[in-house]
Ligand binder design. Sequence first.
Ligand code: NI
Length: 160
Amino acid sequence: MAIRQVRTIGDEILTKECKPVKEMTPRLRQLIDDMLETMYDSGGVGLAAPQVGILKQIVVVDVDDGDQYVLINPEIIFQEGEQTGYEGCLSVPGKYGTVTRPNHVVVRALDVNMEPIQVEGEEFLARALCHECAHLHGQLYVELVEGELVDADTLEDEEE
Ligand code: NI
């Protein structure tokens, strides 16, 4: 496993559409391992392949609910409700912004063995799933932010 460099906003690769994965290969397994390691090392709750420079439809998510999700070719097949809250991204370091997302989603995807799976998420998991899936279509949360981006330092002050 290895930690990969996370691309940051302004890097054109973050604006591109990712290609579906057709078959699992040792190289892609390595990529997934590296994405997990990179996510944990950075203290993130999710990471999408384009953030490490690979235009493939792969995301990893771990919002500390006891499960780690590796989702290949994920697709949001159901969404309902609404939540508004702070959101950040490893590709937009040191910033947060207010984003409204569905409060409940169901995602259909393939697992690392290319077997079909469904993941259902509410609240923070739903937010993370939406955020990561959007990366695969070249969308960063900053496009959805209501109001201004704020510095992470400011946010910490507010929460004290
Ligand atoms: Ni992100």
